[in-house]
Design a protein around this ligand. Structure first.
Ligand SMILES: [Mg+2]
Length: 127
């Protein structure tokens, strides 16, 4: 049985280019009442982040179509040293986890991501 977390009034920026993954995150977080902002590339992620001041957590895919997710991570961390950033990737490439933490990620998870893992990881890192 999947635990039901309550993220009412929380805003999560989800950076994910694969539509099936975005739809999964939406469905998996529906019953938590989180407000989701879904973006498909690094530039939009940066633009949205820079023009918002109320995002509570960033859920960031490393493999994006325009540029490296590490660049997004660096940018966000340079603007906000406290916002929780969870990095997720489909492939466990050598050094990606270490680099993510070095650049200021709070957590790092690899696909496949279950509803339980997703909710638990967000809950653990949510400010
Ligand atoms: Mg991707």
């Amino acid at each position: 049985m999947v635990a039901n977390y309550d993220f009412t009034n929380k805003i999560i920026l989800i950076v994910e280019d694969i539509d099936t993954s975005s739809r999964f995150y939406k469905a998996a977080l529906k019953n938590t009442n989180a407000k989701l902002i879904l973006v498909e590339n690094g530039q939009t992620a940066i633009d949205v982040f820079d023009s918002s001041n109320n995002i509570d957590l960033v859920f960031l895919d490393l493999n994006l179509p325009d540029f490296d997710g590490f660049e997004v991570l660096k940018h966000i961390r340079s603007k906000d040293k406290d916002i929780p950033i969870v990095v997720q990737t489909a492939y466990m490439l050598s050094g990606e986890e270490e680099t993510s933490y070095e650049l200021g990620a709070n957590d790092f998870i690899t696909k496949p991501i279950t509803i339980d893992i997703l909710q638990k990881t967000i809950s653990k890192n949510m400010a």
